[in-house]
Design a protein around this ligand. Structure first.
Ligand SMILES: Cc1ncc(COP(=O)(O)O)c(C=O)c1O
Length: 499
């Protein structure tokens, strides 16, 4: 008779090995192949014995053999844990670390200088936020258990509607706001609620996960070029006039940072109204625009009820919240009311209540105001460093796009950079069909302090030159500044200005 744990520890009383040996071998295998990570807590003898239906002494003997082998450590009342450093095993496979995935790629390390898509860590009002979170957690712990509203908590829906009125000039009621788990969940809800099928325009270059989420919903992405005025609507009409929807980042196009021009906005809304197409406005940066006033949201000017507005708290509070929202045209509210529940509903009410309080008490707007100033300073410092190093670059939203000489393998450089604690994001994968000229690195300035900018740019450019096999620099600046000289190789091959 076999008893199993999630680790697939099996006990076979007919086997030649003793039960103690079987438990010991099962745990050893799990530790060696990484299913039980260094530091992981093991169940107590009593719990494991009861789950396996064996005597406590049997489990204890198995644990003792693993302690002798230095694979696990017993720490009295603190429990028994897998050793932090597992000694090399004679025949075992090495423990494998899973690469961390984020929307920007699949890399060995995601934390690093220039990391894209994350807000400044040091400027976040952590004290206020933890107080609000703790209060929300206390309230949740003593609340009567109930199934929450799948459309989102009423308090947060109301706060988001009020916030959008002030920050994005949108006139929407709380009933039009649906709380989601972020960008992909918002798009999925829109597609399901409206029964969208067929093809969708996607920006080229554009945010990679958009193509992924559409494909997962059975919608074929049709790349439409982006130029200095944003999505080329005329090109979209020429390529796929009967697309069911268009996915756009009108405020600050991802990754170029350009704003969709007024003429293009009109053309896009006219096309949608004329063909009954839907426009999904990805307003991921909200009013976080560093130069001048934020471009208005497309939804605010939509009189035909064709725009779905997708927002997120990832850039303003934290991507770890997994909290976003979708604002739908008034006439479509009943369809979304129906569609929200089968998709699993909104994230944990506890988090929603905390964010609602953060908005209600004005922390969000205050924080945004401070971030705009700070990001502008940090971005300017980054730009100044790149300029000194004569590296071709342009600002793109909150990031800076560093141009590389055509043909440079930006993905290989980004991968190598991760191993050195740097996290630039390669440009070429943002294109549906990358050309040699579409090569560059996106650098987020939000977490690079001004006094560190030159040194970090220097490290990056040294790596770029090394990867490109550039000879050592010969210019005068080379003696003056180690960061300036590293740019010499790249600056030799500057190309005409590109988008
Ligand atoms: C273009 C774009 N849209 C949306 C998002 C945010 O997605 P989410 O709400 O899932 O965090 C990002 C994040 O970096 C983004 O770059």
């Amino acid at each position: 008779m076999q008893a199993t744990l999630p680790l697939h520890l099996g006990v076979d009383r007919q086997a030649r090995e003793s039960v103690t040996e079987q438990i010991g071998a099962g745990l050893r295998a799990a530790i060696v192949d990484g299913r039980l990570a260094p530091g992981a807590r093991l169940p107590s003898w009593r719990d494991l014995a009861s789950q396996l239906g064996v005597a406590r002494g049997t489990v204890r003997a198995a644990y003792e053999s693993l302690i002798d082998a230095q694979l696990i450590v017993a720490s009295g009342a603190a429990g028994t844990h897998v050793a932090r450093r597992v000694p090399a095993q004679p025949r075992g496979a090495p423990a494998t670390a899973t690469a961390v995935r984020d929307p920007f790629g699949d890399y060995p390390h995601t934390d690093g200088v220039f990391q894209m898509g994350v807000p400044a860590q040091d400027a976040f009002p952590a004290k206020v936020w933890s107080r609000i979170l703790a209060r929300a957690a206390r309230t949740a712990a003593s609340a009567v258990p109930r199934y929450p509203d799948p459309r989102g908590e009423p308090s947060l829906r109301a706060e988001i509607a009020a916030y959008l009125a002030v920050a994005r000039g949108m006139a929407c009621s709380p009933a039009q706001v649906f709380v989601t788990g972020g960008h992909a969940a918002g798009v999925a809800l829109a597609v399901r609620a409206l029964g969208i099928t067929g093809t969708a325009w996607t920006e080229d270059p554009g945010y990679l996960p958009t193509r992924g989420v559409l494909a997962s919903l059975g919608i074929a992405p049709v790349p439409v070029p982006v130029d200095i005025d944003g999505l080329d609507v005329a090109a979209g009409i020429a390529i796929a006039p009967h697309a069911a929807m268009a996915m756009v980042t009108p405020g600050q196009q991802a990754p170029t940072g350009v704003t969709l021009s007024p003429a293009r906005r009109r053309a896009l809304l006219d096309w949608a109204a004329a063909t009954d197409a839907w426009v999904v406005e990805d307003d991921y940066l909200s009013e976080l625009q560093l130069q001048g006033r934020a471009a208005p949201s497309l939804a605010a000017t939509d009189t035909a009820g064709r725009v779905l507005h997708v927002g997120t708290f990832s850039k303003t509070i934290s991507p770890t919240l997994r909290l976003g929202f979708l604002v739908v045209p008034e006439a479509q509210v009943p369809r979304f009311d129906e569609a929200a529940a089968p998709l699993g509903g909104a994230p944990a009410p506890l988090l929603q209540h905390a964010v609602a309080e953060f908005l209600h008490d004005g922390h969000q707007l205050r924080h945004l105001r401070r971030m705009k100033r700070l990001y502008a300073q940090r971005r300017d410092a980054l730009i100044a460093s790149l300029r000194t190093m004569q590296v071709e670059h342009r600002t793109t939203g909150l990031a800076v796009l560093l141009r590389l000489p055509p043909g440079t393998d930006d993905t290989a450089i980004a991968r190598e950079a991760r191993l050195h604690g740097l996290a630039p994001v390669p440009l070429s994968p943002w294109y549906a069909a990358p050309q040699p000229v579409h090569t560059g690195l996106l650098l987020n300035a939000a977490n690079v302090r001004e006094h560190e900018a030159a040194a970090q740019c220097g490290r990056l450019m040294a790596l770029v030159d090394r990867m490109r096999g550039e000879p050592p620099p010969t210019r005068n600046q080379a003696q003056a500044s180690p960061s300036a000289d590293t740019a010499a190789g790249v600056s030799r091959m500057l190309t005409p200005r590109r988008l």
